[in-house]
Design a protein around this ligand. Sequence first.
Ligand code: F6P
Length: 501
Amino acid sequence: MTTATEAWQALADWQPRPLAELVAADPDARFQAFVRRVADIRFDFAKTHLDDAALAILSRLAEAQDFAGRRKTLFSGGIVNPTEDRAAEHSAERGDGAPDSVHRAQALHQRMRMLVDAIEAGAFGEIRHLLHIGIGGSALGPDLLVDALGRHDRRYDVTVVSNVDGAALSEAFAKFDPEYTLVAVASKTFTTTETLLNAASALQWLEEGGVEDPSGRFVALTANPDKAMEWGIDETRILPFRETIGGRYSLWSSIGFPAALALGWDAFAELLEGAAEMDRHFRLAEGADNICLLAAFADQLYANRLGCQTRAVFAYDERLRLLPSYLQQLEMESNGKGVTLDGEPLGRASAAITWGGVGTDAQHAVFQLLHQGTHLVPVEFVVAREADDLLDAAHHETLVANCIAQGAALMAGRASEDGARAYPGNRPSATILLEQVTPHQLGALIAFYEHRVFANAVLLGINPFDQFGVELGKEMAKGLAEGTVDFDPATQALMQAVLGE
Ligand code: F6P
């Protein structure tokens, strides 16, 4: 069997062929090899530099890194996060995992459902607004879900506040009436400074707003119920989730409470079912038939053979405008690592820097660089076949035409005598085509990205489930506030400038 080192060496020796040539040579064979339809979503990697030779090399790498074995460990609840001695059981939230784990997830979902029913039945008085306070994985997922799926008939106004900057919370206060507001405090650890400070200010706002039992308006979404109780939230209003659900993988657990409340339980259940469909595909499809692994092959090809430091995702759908920022945490917090599972220096590029935006807006801002800049950036378009808007069809047709045209233009380029007007072309893109932005399709899409991250981690031999890199800055901020850390002269001078000394 090929070793990982040999596979990486083979990848270094592999030579890319021009995209236009790859696509023109035998289009049917190309679509067969690089386009997949899973959960009614079309994943099109035809306009990437992947070819049969690259697939063969990357498949050998997957084998050498025991992709099948590590995937089995993931789904069976084994330890895939060795630095924290934990499993990663987000797929069990969707029904796919070790039986005990699935039962536990279902019981916790049932508890969440009962709270949603109680709110709807008026147990908290008349509730019109939900103020969701959390940060990172405790905010980005719920925000994406409610923003994408709750545009027309959301049953409660939901605002997600994450930033500790008081301006964020003040803006929410200005929109909401304390009398009709429920506050959800989402924090896996229930120790996060920003979240606890925002929660304390929200409590004060309810008190000052004349709410009779302000702390009774709080719900906690957490894996640390004791801390939530210590903070003053009654056990009956705590929706726990399990330690083995990572923050950036937690929207399927009680962290998804705002979506379950605002969109209704049926929509939340459909979201889980969509993700489960992707779980089944990821667990069962072999080799490059597996779309999550195929996408990871493209990621490795660009990051570790063609020197791309970034990857850009453009949502050609206003409903998915929060997708790029959601993916930034999922991909970069998971795979932005410098050591292997054995603690050795990684020695190659880890996660690409994920960035992006919304089409067509981004075309008028950053696409210049994509077409003519000196960086090679693999681009990913996410677009839906069916429109959401109620305007005439011209809007959606124009949107989709632009999306398709951009991919074609990046690949084809255009020669010109005048250098400033020449487009080099041969620039890769993948296109993910949803039928419609439904809970089911969005669930499948997010699960696709989660498993792609895992597949990349396996190919690299790293742990995608810890995030020690965020700790040092947090500690230093605390030390600065408390005056307990000796800072370097440049930082001290900066601090003095801030304090006006
Ligand atoms: O700072 C990083 C992080 O730990 C993320 O991984 C997490 O999603 C976020 O902070 C919020 O943490 P918590 O849910 O514990 O408040």
